[in-house]
Design a protein around this ligand. Structure first.
Ligand code: NOJ
Length: 526
C-alpha cells in the first residue's frame, strides 16, 4: 500500500496576516504568499497550512468567520486563492486550509438569522438557553476571559461562546447545521485543497444537560479557567462521531489530510483518541511546546509516552511553536550559544517519527517581539492583561531582509517587526552556509530523502543524561541521531558507532564519524 503523503512530511504554518504584504496596507495577503512560494520550495517543505483567510470581522483575526466560502478582501480574492493553489502545486507544495466549525462570527448570516427570533429556520443552529439577564445558565468560561454566556436582548436568551462574545458556538446537535458544515468542506475539497486543519475540534459538542464544570479541589471559584475541570464544555464523546463523519466525507477524495487541533486538557490520550482509525489523520501534539527545560529527559519521556500509546494504531505529530504560543527561541535568551540550542531542537523535531510542523520564522530563529499594552490587538491579551499578555508577540511580520519593515511591507505593519530583524532575516541567512536557515534546509532535505527518518521506528539509546541518542530503522536501513544538549564535550563509546559508515549531517562541519561530541553538537549517521 502506498504511504500517504502526509506521513513523515514537513508542514509549514503560515499566519497570513504576517507573511508578506503585497498591496502595502501593512497586512499580509495571498499575493504576498504567492510571491514567496519560491522561498518555500527552496526550503523544501511538503505543505503549507494557512491560518484562516476567510471573510471575517477579525475580532479574533480570522478565527471568527462570517463566510466559510469567501476570502476576506484583506487577503485577496477567490481568484487569488485558486492562483495560490495552482502555483503551490506546480512547486509540489500542498495547501492545507484552516476550518473553524466550533463557532462562527456573530456577523455570519447563520447567526444573524438565528438571533432574529426563537422560531426562524436557524433558531437552533447555535446554543441558546433561557435564563435571567445577569444570571448565566452555568459556570462555563470563555477561554478569552469572563463567562462563556452572552445575553441577547432580541431573543431574551443567552447564547454560548467559548471564545470572544463575537464567536458564538455552533450547535452540532442540529442536523441541518451539520449538513451545512459538510457542504462547506465539500466546496473546498472540490476546489482541490489538500487538507484541513480543524480548529478546536474537541469542543464541537457540549454537555446536553449543560452541567457546571467541577471546581478543581482546593481552587476558588474565581473566574479563571485553570480552576475548573473543563469536562462538560469539552471532549464530549459525541464529538468523536462528528469527526468520523468528517473523515468519511474527506476520504471520498484522494490524498487529502485532516488535522485536528485538539485543545484538550487531557493532552496525549486525547490526541490518540482523535486519530484512531476512521477519525482524523493527525492531531497536533502540543507537548513539545510545554517543555521549558533544556535537557533530553522531558523530551524523551514525551516521545516514549507517545510511542507506547500510538503504537502502529495512530500516527504522531510534533510542533515546537504556533500562533497561540510564545516562540521557543525565548527559552535561550540567556544562552551563549543560542544558535546551537536551536539547532539541537530543530534536529530533534526534524528527525522525529511523525509528521512535523514548522511555524513561519522558526527556521531563521525569529524572536518574540516586546509589545507594549497600547499596541496589543489580540483579544485574549487585551482581556486578560496583565496576567496573560496575549499572542501578538509571536505573530509579528516575517523577516525577509535588512530593509525597513524587513521587506514584509513598505508601510508600518499591523504588528511591529522584532528588533533583531537585521541579523535574523532570510536574505542574510540564505547566503550564510552556517546559518540556522541553511541548517533547517539541510535537515528538511535529509528528511525528505531518507525513509528511515520519515517513517522508521524510533529507539532510544542511553549514553549520557545530557545526550539524546536514538536510532530510526526502516526496512534494512538504520540511522543514528546524536544530540548533545550538554555544554561540555562528551565521549561516545566507539562500539556504538561501529555499524555506521557515514555522516549524513553534522552542525560542526565534521565529515568523519567522531566519538567526541562537542557542546550542542548534532550528528546524524547512517
Ligand atoms: C484555536 C486557534 O488556534 C486560536 O488562534 C483561536 O483564537 C481559537 N482556536 C478560537 O478559534
Amino acid at each position: 500500500m502506498q504511504i500517504p503523503w502526509w506521513k513523515g512530511s514537513v508542514i509549514y504554518q503560515i499566519y497570513p496576516r504576517s507573511f508578506q504584504d503585497s498591496n502595502n496596507d501593512g497586512i499580509g495577503d495571498l499575493q504576498g504568499i504567492i510571491s514567496r512560494l519560491d522561498y518555500l520550495q527552496w526550503l523544501g517543505v511538503d505543505a503549507i497550512w494557512l491560518s484562516p483567510i476567510f471573510k471575517s470581522p477579525m475580532k479574533d483575526f480570522g478565527y471568527d468567520i462570517s463566510d466559510y466560502r469567501g476570502i476576506d478582501p484583506m487577503f485577496g480574492s477567490l481568484e487569488d486563492f485558486r492562483n495560490l493553489l495552482q502555483k503551490a502545486h506546480e512547486r509540489k507544495i500542498k495547501v492545507i486550509i484552516d476550518q473553524v466549525y466550533n463557532h462562527t462570527s456573530d456577523q455570519h448570516p447563520w447567526f444573524l438569522e438565528s438571533m432574529s427570533s426563537k422560531d426562524n429556520p436557524k433558531a437552533d443552529w447555535y446554543i441558546w438557553v433561557d435564563g435571567k439577564k445577569g444570571k448565566p445558565p452555568n459556570n462555563w468560561l470563555s477561554y478569552f476571559g469572563g463567562s462563556a454566556w452572552e445575553w441577547c436582548e432580541q431573543r431574551e436568551q443567552y447564547y454560548l461562546h467559548l471564545f470572544v462574545k463575537e464567536q458564538p458556538d455552533l450547535n452540532w446537535r442540529n442536523p441541518d447545521m451539520v449538513e451545512a458544515v459538510m457542504e462547506s468542506i465539500t466546496y473546498w475539497l472540490d476546489m482541490g485543497v489538500d487538507g484541513f486543519r480543524f480548529d478546536v475540534v474537541n469542543m464541537f459538542y457540549k454537555d446536553i444537560f449543560l452541567r457546571d464544570d467541577p471546581l478543581v479541589e482546593g481552587r476558588n471559584s474565581k473566574i479563571d479557567f485553570e480552576n475548573y475541570y473543563r469536562v462538560f464544555d469539552n471532549d464530549r464523546p459525541e464529538t468523536l462521531l462528528a469527526v468520523e463523519k468528517i473523515n468519511d466525507l474527506v476520504n471520498q477524495y484522494k490524498e487529502r489530510v485532516t488535522i485536528g487541533e485538539v485543545g484538550s486538557p487531557m493532552g496525549l490520550p486525547a490526541y490518540f483518541l482523535y486519530t484512531m482509525p476512521g477519525r482524523l489523520d493527525l492531531a497536533f501534539n502540543f507537548q513539545f511546546k510545554e517543555i521549558t527545560t533544556y535537557s533530553p529527559e522531558d523530551y524523551k519521556k514525551l516521545i516514549r509516552d507517545t510511542e507506547s500509546l500510538f503504537q502502529n494504531i495512530a500516527w504522531p505529530s510534533y510542533v515546537l511553536g504556533n500562533h497561540d504560543s510564545k516562540r521557543f527561541t525565548e527559552r535561550f535568551d540567556d544562552s551563549n550559544d543560542k544558535k546551537g540550542n536551536l539547532q539541537i531542537l530543530a534536529s530533534m523535531l526534524l528527525t522525529m517519527k511523525g509528521t512535523v510542523f514548522i511555524y513561519y520564522g522558526e527556521e531563521i530563529g525569529m524572536e518574540d517581539a516586546l509589545i507594549p499594552f497600547e499596541r496589543i490587538v489580540d483579544p485574549a491579551g487585551k482581556n486578560l492583561w496583565p496576567d496573560y499578555q496575549g499572542r501578538d508577540s509571536a505573530r509579528t511580520p516575517m523577516q525577509w531582509d535588512e530593509n525597513p519593515y524587513a521587506s514584509f511591507s513598505t508601510v508600518e505593519p499591523w504588528l511591529p517587526v522584532t528588533k533583531d530583524y537585521l541579523s535574523l532575516n532570510v536574505k542574510a541567512q540564505m547566503s550564510d552556509p552556517d546559518s540556522l536557515l541553511s541548517f533547517y534546509k539541510k535537515l528538511i532535505s535529509l528528511r525528505k530523502n531518507n525513509d528511515c527518518i520519515k517513517y522508521g521506528a524510533i529507539e532510544f539509546i542511553d549514553i549520557d543524561p545530557d545526550v539524546m541518542a536514538y536510532t530510526r530503522s526502516y526496512q534494512n536501513e538504520k540511522v543514528l541521531v546524536l544530540l548533545n544538549f550538554a555544554q561540555r564535550t562528551i565521549t561516545i563509546k566507539a562500539s556504538l558507532l561501529n555499524e555506521y559508515s557515514k555522516v549524513l549531517l553534522n552542525n560542526k562541519s565534521k565529515e568523519n564519524i567522531d566519538k567526541l561530541l562537542e557542546p550542542n553538537e548534532v550528528t546524524i549517521l547512517q
